[in-house]
Design a protein around this ligand. Structure first.
Ligand SMILES: [Zn+2]
Length: 227
């Protein structure tokens, strides 16, 4: 079966090749504004479509498997329409986040290079290589986990059988996840609101999104159970 790692690897290698070429072409002419236009089109159209075409099968397979696991657990089968709605929403979110993250990093490096007077092409090329080395693996672990948990929340809510969710840690967990362990919320509520701070082990973690399910942070492998 295809894996998230393979799919994201193809997405990121293609992105590295295309963006590196655009950087050389546009910045070779010292034309930052035409590079910006190219980036907006690339991340808004071309690469968005490529990401979707490369990852759709693995998301679908993972979500179908999750649906059948929930059926075994609850005796409730999420119907095809509800699953389709979930898939569409989830896909839009992933695409928005991924493209926004790439574009934000590139713009940030361009700005900082300008301010610090360092070579913009070198700085951008270095980041693209870092993406190829590390980003696919990180994203694969996070997405495999996130899609399962997000669908679990959706299915529990649709089922009408489950009214509350419990946060459950797995194995060795960081202090933040231990702090979350055992917390219970209604299926219609979030565990932490956007901007809320979680304190644990003398440290603070601020969330920038409504945390309805794990992962809470990179590498978090917590899950959810009916409560
Ligand atoms: Zn966790």
């Amino acid at each position: 079966m295809a894996s998230f790692r393979d799919a994201f690897g193809r997405v990121i290698r293609r992105e590295r090749t295309d963006v590196a070429k655009a950087i050389r072409d546009h910045l070779g002419r010292r034309d930052e504004s035409s590079l910006e236009q190219w980036l907006v089109r690339f991340y808004g159209e071309d690469h968005r479509q490529f990401f979707e075409s490369q990852t759709d099968a693995i998301y679908q397979a993972t979500q179908l498997l999750t649906r059948s696991q929930i059926f075994q657990e609850l005796g409730y089968q999420l119907n095809d329409d509800a699953l389709q709605r979930f898939r569409n929403d989830y896909r839009q979110n992933v695409l928005d986040e991924y493209m926004g993250d790439s574009l934000g990093q590139i713009r940030g490096i361009m700005k900082k290079s300008r301010e610090d007077g360092v070579d913009m092409v070198d700085a951008l090329t270095q980041r693209l290589e870092e993406w190829v080395e590390k980003r696919a693996d990180k994203l694969a672990v996070a997405e495999a986990h996130r899609t399962v948990n997000a669908l679990t929340v959706a299915a529990f809510r649709e089922s009408g059988i489950v009214s509350a969710l419990r946060w459950v840690t797995a194995g060795d967990s960081c202090p933040f996840c231990q702090e979350m362990n055992g917390r219970i919320v209604s299926v219609t509520r979030e565990f932490l609101g956007a901007g809320e701070e979680l304190s644990a082990g003398g440290r603070q973690l601020k969330t920038y999104w409504n945390v309805r399910h794990p992962p809470l942070h990179a590498g978090c492998d917590c899950s959810l159970a009916p409560a």
